[in-house]
Design a binder for this molecule. Structure first.
Ligand code: PLP
Length: 379
């Protein structure tokens, strides 16, 4: 099959990573976090693979993302946690989507349950220190009281308590212990208030991998499912994870140029000697960060680096004076993934994190789903 540029998504790698985490986390359940189109990998195929491999829940930021999964036929328990007053709470309740509630949402969710003629399933969120969403410890008991009243009225059921960690990628930081203390207190208060909790959950990928004491009843697996490491000093391989995305394109042009040739907008790069330039047809319109400098690529199995600015549709690679121009147009360029550099190296080049490198690959890049070698027995 012919192709010009594509993001290959290895679903066998997704399954491998889910199985590995499910083993680590058992008896805790695994929620596959597939927000943001599964970090750029494609929410529906990833959700299917994750559930096949043992995940039992799906996690979304937006209700609209969860609704899209319901529309596609997914019936697994699903939670969405980031709302605005315009969120489709009523539809979420009708479609059996659990709702994270930090405070202000409670009245709206209860009203939506009334109009949906069905109780909402609610996970109350405690802010244990991240300072983003979640109820402050000061307001927690008031929130529990309000939720209990609605539950009494049959408008909702509090089925979960959850929180989000701020520094779990640095496992020795004391703030994680402080957050866990606050979480245990919040859970105990909820149980004392009479709620019969199905799931207590607070672990993201770094916590899953480094802090078993964060697992509780369920872990929320994002980055690790995609095979990437959340830690500065550990690679995917160190963690026995398999990166699932491979970003490739075909060389779009090749030419030899003299010393002093300026490259790309602003002419921020000039060749130091006669050299061969290869043009890669991926740019910031495809999600390659414009901030990247010396981004790594593999061509013909060798490492080269981008030079000059990344443009909307393309960037240039200086291949040096010794490469053969013959056959170069159309050759495969691997930005990251199997047989190429890692998303971590691109993150390094662009001053960001691997999470962003995969998530920002834009819809212009076709996703192609493949079955690699990480089968049930081929580990
Ligand atoms: C995105 C997200 C996760 C997943 O985090 P990873 O580090 O990618 O595993 C878990 N919980 C919440 C609330 C999130 O927003």
């Amino acid at each position: 099959m012919s192709w010009e540029r594509r993001a290959e998504i290895d679903l066998s790698a997704i399954r491998h990573n889910v199985r590995r985490v499910a083993e680590l986390a058992a008896p805790a359940q695994v929620m596959a976090v597939v927000k943001a189109d599964a970090y750029g990998h494609g929410a529906l195929p990833v959700a299917r693979a994750a559930l096949e491999a043992g995940a039992t829940w799906l996690g979304f930021a937006h209700v609209s993302e969860a609704l899209a999964a319901r529309d596609a036929g997914f019936t697994a328990p699903a939670l969405a946690w980031l709302h605005t007053p315009d969120t489709a709470f009523s539809e979420a309740i009708s479609r059996n989507i659990d709702l994270g509630v930090s405070g202000w949402e409670l009245d709206r969710v209860a009203a939506a349950a009334e109009s949906a003629a069905r109780p909402a399933r609610v996970h109350l969120k405690i802010d244990t220190g991240l300072g983003r969403n979640g109820c402050t410890p000061e307001n927690w008991e008031a929130l529990l009281g309000a939720a209990a009243a609605y539950q009494e009225d049959g408008l909702l059921r509090v089925v979960g308590v959850f929180s989000h960690l701020s520094v779990a990628d640095e496992p020795d930081r004391v703030e994680t212990d402080q957050q866990l203390d606050a979480f245990r207190t919040a859970v105990a208060l909820a149980e004392n208030a009479g709620f019969d909790l199905e799931v207590r959950h607070t672990a993201n990928t770094p916590a899953i991998l480094s802090r078993p004491d964060t697992h509780f009843d369920m872990v929320r697996l994002g980055l690790g499912m995609y095979g990437l490491s959340p830690f500065r000093d550990q690679t995917s391989e160190d963690l026995s994870l398999r990166p699932a995305m491979r970003l490739v394109a075909r060389v779009a042009n090749a030419k030899t140029v003299p010393a002093g040739q300026g490259v790309s907008y602003g002419l921020t790069y000039r060749t130091g000697h006669p050299t061969l330039l290869a043009l890669v047809p991926l740019g910031y319109g495809d999600g390659v960060p414009r901030s990247a400098t010396s981004g790594p690529v593999h061509i013909r199995g060798r490492l080269f680096r981008s030079c000059g600015r990344v443009a909307m549709d393309q960037f240039v690679v200086d291949m040096g004076p010794d490469e053969d121009i013959a056959g170069l147009v159309g050759a495969e360029v691997v930005l990251f993934g199997d047989g190429g550099p890692s998303a971590d190296e691109w993150a390094e080049s662009a001053g960001t994190i691997n999470y962003e490198i995969v998530t920002r690959v834009s819809p212009r890049v076709p996703r192609v789903y493949v079955e690699g070698s990480w089968g049930e027995t081929g580990e």
